[in-house]
Design a protein around this ligand. Structure first.
Ligand SMILES: [Zn+2]
Length: 368
């Protein structure tokens, strides 16, 4: 007997297309049964899309409450905890039976945490193509750490959205910088899979070749279609959204974020943590992951220049200047990354990098 079992969790309904939102929202079965819904949006333009979704749901005789996250650039800890608490309150008081996330990236971490804490499903309506959080059943590591510190949230691995409605007519109106950042998050799969293989080799960590292959496919599609993506037409958004959804779904094949996130993500998380410590503004998640992938590909002894060239042709930052983060923070991030997530074995665990070495590495890969 093989003493192991295999579990796959995927969204029930995924639609990607142009101007599909209204028609497809009305086809989702659960929305035909529930009476109260809660929409969670980001702080800026996504609020408008939240209104559109609200009108559609109201048309379906659903009572709708909306919560928009604040734009405050204050301390990470208070910000996320307060947002989660506010959403939980609204949902409790009004007996909301479903959450609809209408947003680009990080908002989905909050939506996932609330969906889990309330035991209600959520629907993902991405307004940009910037992040695989739109489809993955994972709360990103730093946000999970902050929330679970104060609120009893058991695992960063949550259920996938029951539906994903990705309307390219909406996403293509977002800033192209978000699109290029989404590509950074996909290019990151190159080193994420290398790290996963390394952990399998060194620690016998479980490796799932299907999830890994799907994740790598996300990388390859972006690599092969980088010129079209750079044009930032609706087709570009379609390519990137499709890849982001596919890799996020692949994470549902395993019980961790391994297929999505390796040392390059740890580097990005570290930068984010340093930004709260020193008060500088971090870059976009996918942009930081893209830079991380260049560095980690170098540490893995792989063709980092290829990674750099792909990112460059897409339009994603490839150095400190383009990223808008001072060299000293990038150096500190590289030195301290290996301490940030000790339970995740990556190439960072294979050597202790000093400040001087970090500077040399970043110089060599032309990040500084
Ligand atoms: Zn990511």
């Amino acid at each position: 007997m093989i003493n192991d079992h295999y579990e796959v969790e995927t969204p029930q309904y995924v639609v990607l297309g142009s101007n599909i939102l209204e028609e497809k929202l009305k086809e989702i079965n659960i929305l035909k049964r529930i009476k109260v819904a809660l929409i969670v949006t980001g702080p800026t333009k996504t609020r408008e899309y939240g209104e559109i979704v609200k009108n559609i749901l109201t048309d379906m005789n659903i009572k709708v409450f909306t919560y928009s996250l604040s734009n405050a650039f204050d301390k990470m800890q208070d910000k996320y905890i307060n947002e989660v608490k506010s959403i939980l309150n609204i949902a409790f008081q009004n007996n909301a039976r479903i959450i609809l996330g209408v947003a680009g990236g990080k908002v989905f971490d909050i939506v996932k945490a609330c969906s889990e804490l309330l035991s209600v499903p959520y629907i993902s309506i991405p307004t940009a193509a910037s992040h695989d959080g739109i489809s993955s059943p994972i709360i990103s590591y730093p946000i999970f750490e902050v929330i679970s510190n104060k609120i009893p949230l058991k695992s960063s691995r949550v259920r996938p959205p029951i539906a994903i409605l990705a309307d390219t007519a909406i996403a293509s109106k977002s800033d192209r910088r978000l699109l290029y950042a989404g590509c950074g998050d996909l290019i990151a799969k190159f080193t994420a899979i290398l790290d996963w293989k390394l952990a399998h080799k060194r620690l016998k960590e479980k490796f799932n070749e299907y999830a890994a292959a799907m994740s790598m496919l996300g990388f390859k599609i972006i690599k092969n279609r980088r010129k079209i993506i750079n044009l930032a037409t609706e087709k570009s958004y379609r390519i990137v959204l499709k890849a982001l959804i596919a890799v996020g779904v692949a994470a549902g094949f395993v019980s961790s974020s391994r297929p999505l996130s390796g040392s390059e993500h740890i580097f990005s998380h570290t930068l984010e943590m340093l930004s709260y410590k020193y008060g500088f503004r971090p870059a976009l998640h996918g942009e930081q992951c893209g830079i991380g992938t260049i560095i980690m590909a170098y540490l893995h002894g792989k063709n980092w220049r290829l990674i750099k060239n792909i990112l460059k042709e897409i339009g994603t930052p490839t150095n400190a200047n383009e990223l808008g983060i001072e060299e000293k923070y990038l150096i500190e991030a590289l030195v301290t990354s290996r301490r940030i997530r000790p339970t995740r074995y990556t190439i960072l665990n294979e050597r202790n990098i000093s400040y001087e070495e970090a500077r040399k590495i970043l110089y060599e890969v032309e990040v500084i």
